[in-house]
Structure formats: C-alpha cells, structure tokens
Ligand binder design. Structure first.
Ligand code: PRP
Ligand code: URA
Length: 207
C-alpha cells in the first residue's frame, strides 16, 4: 500500500481552517487551492527529468526539464478547486475532467461526463478529488483512466477515510495515494468523520 499522509505544518494549519464549519465558500476554495499545490509538490517529487541545455548570461548550463506529459484529472465537482493552483505550477499539463456523482442512496458513483480522446495523450495522471470516502469515485476514475491506457496514475486528495484507502489500494495497488489526513471513519451516510462535510457544497455554496 502506497499511502502518504502529509505532516507538513502548512498543510495541517490550512486543513484545520478548511474543516471549520464557519469557513465560507470563498475561503474554502482558496484553502483547497493552496493545500492542493502543497500536496502536488509532494506527490510529484519522483517525476522523471530529461537533460535540457540553456545559456545563462554568463555560460552554458546543463539543466533539466520534465520528461513526461502530465494530465490533471479532477473529479467533478469538488475536484475543480484543486486544478488551478497545480496547473500554475505545471502549465504544460493537460486537464481532463471526469464527471461522477455519488448516488446518495447506494453510495455508488454515477458517471455523467467523460471526453477523453481515444488514445492516451499523457504519461502521468494525477486524479484530483478532495474526498476519498468509500473510494467508489476514485476507483471508477482509475478504471476509466486505465481503460484509456494511462500507465502511471497518482491519487491526490485532501481527506481520506480508512475505508476509501483500503478500497482504492486493493483495486489499484499501483496507484499511490497522497492526502493531507486520514480520518477516523465513515458515518452511516458515507460521510467522513470528522471530515469537513460535503466538499462540493462547501466549495460552490450549494446545499
Ligand atoms: C464527493 C467527493 C468525491 C466523492 C467521494 O463527490 O468529491 O467525488 O463524493 O465519495 P466516495 O469515495 O464514496 O465515492 P459528490 O458525489 O458529492 O459530488 P460533487 O463533487 O459533485 O458534490
Ligand atoms: N463526499 C464529501 O464531499 N464528503 C464526505 O465526507 C464524503 C463524500
């Protein structure tokens, strides 16, 4: 199981503000954006490099550039706030949206949007979704990406339940899971406890 729960003090500070029920949608979106950048920094520490030569004003320099094309794959809706900040850090990334919602009764993911082209266009996919609850949405997205032909996939989330980690790492043991926290449990409605409530609703001011 490749599970990384960040202990970074900046992430833990921001995560506490994010969980606070008094945090309004504008601040909530800012915090998701900032935490996502910090988590992506950790999650991309092993990206491959290739040599790149440039001329400084003084001399030639044998440097490096990213060797692989990266795809950012936010799961709609709540994954959206994780995209922009990470994209600024890696502007050559492609963004491929996957639309899934969780049926409130069965807790199973229902797919409603997927415009992936026939052949894969990226070498590394970062699945972005703040919440890994039952794990159904993350597993469904990884299934879609693997059917597409994605070779290397990482999951970047904010809060995970032990149940979601177990499910994703059992279905896809090759996918590392990067989160800011692993919480206690799911409640009877499939919400992470203590969690932060409904990430989509808190981000978009709905619900
Ligand atoms: C939330 C969340 C995940 C999913 C996690 O989305 O953003 O996608 O639930 O739950 P799971 O691990 O049990 O699948 P939701 O279905 O509420 O849709 P939304 O983002 O559009 O609000
Ligand atoms: N989706 C959310 O937005 N929050 C949870 O706690 C679980 C699923």
């Amino acid at each position: 199981m490749q599970v990384f729960a960040s202990k970074h003090p900046l992430i833990q500070h921001k995560l506490t503000l994010l969980r606070d029920k008094r945090t309004e949608p504008k601040k909530f979106r800012e915090l998701v954006r900032e935490i996502a950048i910090l988590l992506a920094y950790e999650a991309t520490a092993d990206l491959a490099l290739k040599p790149a030569q440039v001329e400084t004003p003084l001399a030639p320099y044998n440097g490096a550039q990213l060797a692989e094309k990266i795809g950012l794959v936010p799961i709609l809706r709540a994954g959206l706030a994780m995209v922009e900040g990470i994209w600024e850090m890696m502007p050559s990334a492609e963004v491929w949206h996957i639309g899934l919602y969780r049926d409130e009764r069965t807790l199973r993911p229902v797919e409603y949007y997927n415009r992936l082209p026939v052949d894969p266009t990226v070498q590394v996919c970062l699945i972005l979704d703040p919440m890994l609850a039952t794990g159904g949405s993350a597993v469904a997205t990884a299934d879609i990406l693997k059917r597409w032909g994605a070779k290397r996939i990482k999951f970047v989330g904010i809060i995970a339940a032990p149940e979601g980690i177990e499910r994703l790492s059992t279905a896809h043991p090759d996918i590392p899971i990067h989160v800011a926290a692993i919480d206690e449990r799911l409640n009877e409605r499939g919400y992470i406890v203590p969690g932060l409530g409904d990430a989509g609703d808190r981000q978009f001011g709905t619900g």
